[in-house]
Design a protein around this ligand. Structure first.
Ligand code: ADP
Ligand code: MG
Length: 268
């Protein structure tokens, strides 16, 4: 059965779209058929993060209005052919779509894909209602700031009230040195406040921004990064694997520690 997961948050700008793009790509790398639905009508940008903006012809709004077929609006990824995108309209009114229409659209996609990941807009108004309309699961993204966590808590309540019971937490932009200096909430602090099962912790890393600007999700990078690894690990956990959380307080593994591992495992 297909998994319909909404990626949401309380506060805006915390990393929903980045998470949707990287997680979708990581699941596609595992040969899952994945479609990413941009539910941020009016401010679409999932296509940019994926570098697919030039391929957008129709959007979800035209598909809903019957101005094109659903498959005409779907854009295939250039690199992973099991990844697809349903773009949002950029210049239509935000309330051009109703929750009932979104539900119907997402249910149609669920017949063809293993995963439907819905990228939610900021706020808790109509756009939020649309994004969660068909969702059976949710991933809540928050940064370790009190305002973001408080808003996330509100969304947890709203999800429950709307029948979305399976909720996982992603804490984004952790800076271990700040946590150590007591200048930032720790993973444990956030988890305690929200009481939602942890699905992943992503470090603050400028490569996330660089990859965004290039339209190349970080999980595609040949050069290993902890942020990329963290996204791949979330994909594995979603698939039911038990994967240890990265210890972000340790320095990243450099060439010497990798050599040491090789020596330990292969030679000695
Ligand atoms: P949202 O969809 O929640 O509004 P975005 O995914 O668009 O948030 O991210 C907002 C900004 O934060 C973008 O510029 C993005 O590159 C940056 N960002 C997201 N996650 C990280 C991270 N782990 N490290 C550094 N920058 C990040
Ligand atoms: Mg976004």
């Amino acid at each position: 059965m297909s998994r319909i997961i909404v990626v949401t948050s309380g506060k805006g700008g915390v990393g929903k779209t980045t998470t949707t793009a990287n997680l979708g790509m990581a699941l596609a790398q595992r040969k899952r058929k994945v479609i990413l639905v941009d539910a941020d009508f009016g401010l679409r940008n999932l296509d940019l993060l994926l570098g697919l903006e030039n391929r957008v012809v129709y959007t979800a709004v035209e598909a809903i209005a019957g101005e094109c077929r659903l498959d005409q609006a779907i854009v295939r990824d250039k690199r992973q052919n099991s990844l697809a995108l349903l773009p949002a309209a950029q210049n239509r009114m935000k309330d051009a779509v109703t929750p009932a229409q979104m539900r119907q659209l997402v249910m149609a996609l669920a017949k063809k894909f293993d995963y439907v990941l819905v990228d939610c807009p900021a706020g808790i108004e109509q756009g939020f209602q649309n994004a969660i309309a068909a969702a059976r699961e949710a991933l809540i993204v928050t940064t370790p700031e009190i305002a973001a966590v408080r808003d996330a808590d509100r969304v947890v309540g709203l999800l429950e009230a709307n029948g979305v019971r399976k909720v996982g937490l992603i804490i984004n932009r952790i800076r271990p040195e700040m946590v150590e200096a007591n200048d930032m909430m720790s993973v444990e602090d956030v988890q305690e406040l929200l009481a939602v099962p942890l699905m992943g912790v992503i470090p603050d890393d400028e490569r996330v921004i660089v990859s965004t600007n290039r339209g190349e999700p970080l999980v595609l990078s040949e050069e290993p990064s902890r942020a990329g690894q963290a996204y791949s690990n979330i994909a594995r956990r979603l698939e039911g694997e038990t994967v240890e959380f990265l210890d972000l307080s340790l320095p990243p593994k450099g060439i010497f520690s990798r050599l040491r591992t090789l020596l330990n495992t292969r030679i000695i």
